[in-house]
Design a protein around this ligand. Structure first.
Ligand code: R5P
Length: 294
């Protein structure tokens, strides 16, 4: 125990220096509690305010899809270039080292496979398990306009309530059905509903027309979903446009792990997201890195 005999009155109170009160760097997140903000700081880089999330959760409804047949072989080499991993608890426990010190966003909804109606999801993980796994956030699919729209929204609101209880953010992923119009009008509706009902941040698709209205009308950060594989220059341009139009980062899967050179691609995406590198320059970087890593 500390010796209290020689305790002197402190003098360094700096009464003329006001205590700093800084706003939190993420849009719409200022009123959140410390733990929630701390977790968000593991997902979003506090310097750039952006994130490169690597999405590898596809197996929760698609099984071993192209590029994710062997996560231990194909994905582990990409981890140093991620800000955050988005994945299932099964893949986290079995395949990812607990020394991975970056953000972990756990897929928390599921149920139907690609053989069934995808919007018929349930919550597929308890908040206790998310805490046990030290999750930075829980991700839930929201099917606005889908057959089980209300159920998926209630999955989200229940996770938001559970997450708020323990300081775990909730990522709402707007799922667009095959026969739905993927335009700014729809995405504004979907993202806004998720934010209004409590999502901490939202993942949605990029659209070439009026994407800035989607990010502007959503009071929480929006990260861009990657979507199906497109040529590398196009994926880099899409990421660039999304960032310039207000996205707080990307949550990208297939356009990274199905790339001809995933390690080069994720590094090029990082430059676009964190440093605003122009897509042409980022593609040149991709090609240079590709040569080096072949
Ligand atoms: C979506 O609906 C899931 O979250 C996906 O498994 C995944 O995140 C999609 O990533 P991407 O479209 O970039 O391959």
């Amino acid at each position: 125990m500390a010796d209290t005999d020689n305790v002197k009155e402190g003098k360094l109170f700096y009464p003329d220096v006001p205590v700093k009160s800084e706003a939190f760097f993420l849009k719409g997140s200022n009123s959140l509690d410390w733990g929630m903000k701390n977790r968000l700081s593991k997902i979003f880089d506090p310097t750039s305010g952006k994130t490169v999330m690597l999405a590898i959760d596809h197996g929760y409804f698609q099984g071993p899809t192209t590029g994710l047949e062997r996560v231990d072989i194909n994905i582990l080499p990409l981890l140093p270039y991620t800000d955050t991993l988005m994945l299932t608890r099964g893949m986290l426990r079995t395949t990812i080292s607990p020394t991975y010190g970056k953000g972990v966003v756990l897929r928390a909804s599921g149920g139907p496979s690609i053989l069934k109606e995808l919007s018929n999801e349930e919550i597929a993980m308890s908040v206790e398990d998310a805490l046990r796994l030290n999750a930075s956030a829980m991700a839930v699919q929201v099917f606005i306009g889908g057959e089980f729209e209300t159920k998926s929204i209630h999955n989200m609101t229940r996770l938001v309530d559970e997450g708020n209880r323990y300081g775990i953010p909730t990522l709402a992923v707007t799922a667009v059905g095959k026969d739905m119009a993927r335009d700014a009008r729809y995405l504004r509706l979907a993202c806004r509903i998720c934010a209004e009902l409590g999502a901490t941040y939202v993942k949605t698709y990029y659209v070439p027309e009026e994407f800035d209205s989607v990010t502007a009308s959503c009071p929480v950060p929006v990260v861009m979903a990657g979507g199906k594989k497109i040529p590398e220059p196009d994926a880099l341009r899409m990421s660039y446009n999304a960032i310039q139009e207000g996205a707080a980062g990307v949550d990208m899967g297939r356009n990274i792990f199905q790339s001809e050179n995933p390690i080069a691609m994720i590094q090029a995406v990082r430059k676009v997201v964190h440093e605003g590198m122009k897509p042409e320059e980022a593609y040149e970087l991709y090609q240079t890195l590709k040569k080096q890593t072949h």
